[in-house]
Design a protein around this ligand. Structure first.
Ligand SMILES: Nc1ncnc2c1ncn2[C@@H]1O[C@H](COP(=O)(O)OP(=O)(O)O)[C@@H](O)[C@H]1O
Ligand SMILES: [Mg+2]
Length: 354
């Protein structure tokens, strides 16, 4: 699959200096079966850069996980990629064979999921699991891998790492299990880390510790992070770029300050208006009226129009795309694109500790 030149990405004049590590273009994913939904994820394009975090946000059911799974080649059986490209390390991941893709997963691209127990083997000591993860991708002796496993457990803040390497996952708390999964995800020095709701299952203080850990690891290792979250508080603290998804469409994309202070899509504005000013919100994004349509029932044209307070008849137009409405800031709203509607900037505050 090829990159379409019509999209015009990347736009930045410093593009050559700032090559993305992971570059997703026009990614489209279809759902087959009874609830058939062509374009379950449709025409999604964004870049993830070294040392930077892109947050993929939106309410539950908006297609964030399916986007991440498409990148990793881990889509469920009824769901498949029908178009687009995922460039990483000079290749299109969508062209790779399963065996080649397994080398990339856990190698150049690390991954962390919401539930550590879905990735950890309950019958294996955690040290052994890290040794195994490392030896799949790195050619080294078992003793060298064992030494590295203890270093990794130490690096992710597990006290008495040498002793804890001998523990089974069930002997650890949820926060410690999540640290073990992070140690596994970075075991092979990935260039990209894909983290899907990595803190959602944890209590608030542990959430903050895990996010601090990820930020420190990023600073030390220079990884690009793609962080999937429904939590705008996490985004405000942690992300550099934000990609907002609604019902399988990317509706807005831009630097975090731009998107938070000057949203250019009514859905983003709705999400932000639900954030208490000045406070760090930790609640579900449930304040935009109505619900995300179910797969199989996405409306034509703008998929948000059935909930949008500004919707007009022509929002049903089928040819809508995400375009630059400001420098480095894209929106899929037709009314914003045509100047029929102007969204007013919000008060600054709450972003990256401002
Ligand atoms: N295994 C599956 N089979 C069929 N549909 C699915 C499956 N997983 C998710 N979906 C549907 O795909 C859409 C996107 O889901 P998902 O990517 O999990 O959303 P998010 O991560 O943003 O909450 C939803 O409509 C969801 O119901
Ligand atoms: Mg999800």
């Amino acid at each position: 699959m090829t990159i379409s030149s019509s999209t015009g990405y990347p736009r930045s004049s410093s593009a050559a200096l700032d090559e993305p590590v992971l570059s997703i273009r026009e990614l489209t994913v279809d759902l087959d079966g009874a609830d058939k939904q062509p374009g379950l994820v449709e025409d999604v394009s964004f870049d993830v850069h070294a040392n930077r975090t892109l947050a993929l946000i939106g309410e539950s059911g908006c297609g964030k996980t399916m986007t991440a799974m498409a990148v990793l080649g881990l889509l469920p059986p009824a769901i498949h990629v029908s178009g687009g490209s995922v460039r990483f390390d000079g290749q299109d991941l969508l062209d790779l064979r399963p065996r080649e893709l397994r080398q990339v997963r856990g190698g150049g691209i690390g991954m962390i999921f919401q539930d550590p127990m879905s990735s950890l083997n309950p019958t294996m000591k955690v040290g052994e699991q890290i040794i195994e993860a490392r030896r799949l991708h790195v050619d080294e002796s078992k003793s060298a891998a064992a030494k590295r496993a203890v270093e990794l457990l130490d690096q992710v803040g597990i006290p008495n790492a040498a002793r804890r390497a001998d523990a089974y996952p069930f002997e650890m708390s949820g926060g410690m299990q999540q640290r073990v999964m992070i140690a596994m995800s970075i075991a092979c020095d990935p260039k990209v880390l894909i983290a899907d709701e990595p803190t959602t299952a944890l209590d608030v203080t542990i959430q903050a510790e895990i996010l601090d850990l990820l930020a420190n690891l990023q600073r030390d290792l220079g990884m690009a992070i793609m962080l999937v979250t429904h939590d705008l508080g996490v985004v405000a603290d942690f992300a550099d770029e934000v990609a907002v998804m609604y019902a399988g469409h990317l509706v807005e994309l831009g630097p975090i300050r731009e998107v938070f202070h000057n949203p250019q899509h009514p859905y983003t504005q709705g999400l932000l208006d639900a954030m208490p000013q000045g406070a760090v919100p930790r609640s579900q994004l449930s304040i935009v009226r109505g619900r995300v349509p179910l797969a199989g029932q996405f409306p034509r044209g703008c998929r948000f129009r059935t909930r949008c307070p500004h919707a007009r008849e022509h929002c049903e137009r089928d040819d809508m795309a995400t375009v630059d409405v400001r420098v480095d800031h894209r929106s899929r709203c037709l009314l914003v694109q045509t100047g029929e509607m102007t969204l007013t900037p919000r008060h600054p505050g709450g972003v990256n500790g401002e």
